[in-house]
Design a protein around this ligand. Structure first.
Ligand code: PLP
Ligand code: TYF
Length: 400
């Protein structure tokens, strides 16, 4: 009976926010969850989102159910943002797109598709990766294994290890790739490395599976951040993409995202879409409308679209500026001669500091800096005013 159910462990990322709330220190700083904060460390609703919502309210749109595949205008907009509106794969109607419950829900539906139509196929995931990836594939009963990604010696990419592990996997595996701004390391392959990754995946008949949770947030440019996916698509490969609007439009709680399956023909795309709908129906029937309408309105209106891009650049720019400021403080204050330049090489919301678990515990226990125990800090939760304090905390934790 229910009495026999044991306690589940807390989420290693979202659990950090719970611990932060309970801390009464004035110095406390939440660098756990990847959520954008203003310089005042407050949550931020994009101005363009408020404008779109006002417009929606004025229009008095209804709350009828969406179809299983979601809002048509959203699905069109999201595939165009990802592939580029003039990409031949769209004109050829080779992409099956359905709206999903943000990045997580989209990954889960894609995982169910793999489980159903590729029985026994393995998903290769990077080591390390976003903590929820393993949960998603475990729950979908999709076997997975890890490929090398992070090299602690260089605090950079273990490119040779990555390639070797992708080569060693059984032919026809799925390779989960972070489209841009790898979570948690902030380390992305270079364009030349992406080409080599595509070579090996093609050679091995693997299927790339992109998780795109930060489009526009890494470089500040939507197109540049989609270049990895577009490079694979241009090679004529089939691929899967899960998209999220949590970060780039700040729609975290609205749960808006999409599953895209690039197929080899328009006919296959129609069939795949019918099966995606079949998977979604008994899971949640149909997705929520509000966030999808916001995306469709923002992308569909040139003024709004430009405003969105400006706000994304502003957010990405603020993160870059605290990244630089943190580096400056670390370099100036640390007398050990340690090279901190890896911090500047990382991109996106996060920085992988290289702090181990005991050092990360020191950050929290002594300095009230909340972060995940793998040494990741969310720079989106850091203000310019707190950079010096954070540098002191990191240096103290490193050398103790
Ligand atoms: N994938 C990665 C790599 C992430 O960092 C996140 C978190 O933002 C997600 C997927 C999905 O998040 P959400 O379900 O909020 O879209
Ligand atoms: O890695 C992060 O911080 C974000 C947010 O279960 C997040 O991706 C974290 C945990 C989670 C869902 C989202």
């Amino acid at each position: 009976r229910f009495d026999n159910i044991t306690m589940a462990p807390p989420d290693p990322i979202l659990g950090v926010s719970e611990a932060f709330k309970a801390d009464t220190s004035d110095m406390k700083l939440n660098l756990g969850v990847g959520a954008y904060r203003t310089e005042e460390l407050q949550p931020y609703v994009l101005k363009v989102v408020k404008k779109a919502e006002n417009l929606m309210l004025e229009r008095g749109e209804n709350k009828e159910y969406l179809p299983i595949e979601g809002l048509a205008a959203f699905n069109k907009a999201t595939a165009e943002l990802l592939f580029g509106a003039d990409n031949p794969v769209l004109h050829q109607q080779r992409v099956a797109t359905i709206q999903g419950l943000s990045g997580t829900g989209s990954l889960r539906v894609a995982a169910a598709l793999i489980e159903r139509y590729f029985p026994g196929a393995k998903v290769l995931i990077s080591s390390p990766t976003w903590g929820n990836h393993k949960n998603i594939f475990n729950d979908a009963r999709v076997p997975w294994s890890e490929y090398r990604y992070y090299d602690p010696k260089t605090v950079g990419l273990d490119f040779d290890g990555m390639i070797a592990d992708i080569k060693a996997a059984p032919d026809g595996s799925f390779v989960l790739l972070h489209g841009c701004a790898h979570n948690p390391t902030g380390i992305d392959p270079t364009p030349e490395q992406w080409e080599k990754i595509a070579d090996v995946i093609q050679e091995k008949n693997h299927i790339p599976f992109f998780d795109v949770a930060y489009q526009g947030f890494a470089s500040g440019s939507l197109d540049e951040d989609a270049s990895s996916v577009r490079l694979f698509a241009a090679r004529g490969m089939e691929l899967l993409v899960a998209q999220s609007y949590s970060k780039n439009l700040g729609l975290y709680a609205e749960r808006v995202g999409a599953i895209n399956v690039l197929c080899s023909s328009a006919d296959a795309a129609v069939r795949v879409k019918s099966q995606l709908k079949r998977i979604a129906r008994p899971m949640y029937s149909n997705p929520p409308v509000h966030g999808a309408r916001i995306v469709a309105n923002v992308v569909g209106n040139p003024d709004f679209f430009n405003e969105w891009k400006e706000e994304m650049e502003m957010m990405a720019g603020r993160i870059k500026s605290v990244r630089q400021k943190l580096y400056n403080n670390l370099s100036a204050k640390d007398k050990s001669g340690k090279d901190w330049s890896f911090i500047l090489k990382q991109i996106g919301m996060f920085s992988f500091t290289g702090l181990n678990k005991a050092q990360s515990d020191n950050m929290t226990d002594k300095w009230h800096v909340y972060m995940t125990k793998d040494g990741r800090i969310s720079l989106a939760g850091l203000s310019a005013a707190k950079c010096e304090y954070l540098a002191d905390a990191i240096i103290d934790s490193y050398h103790n």
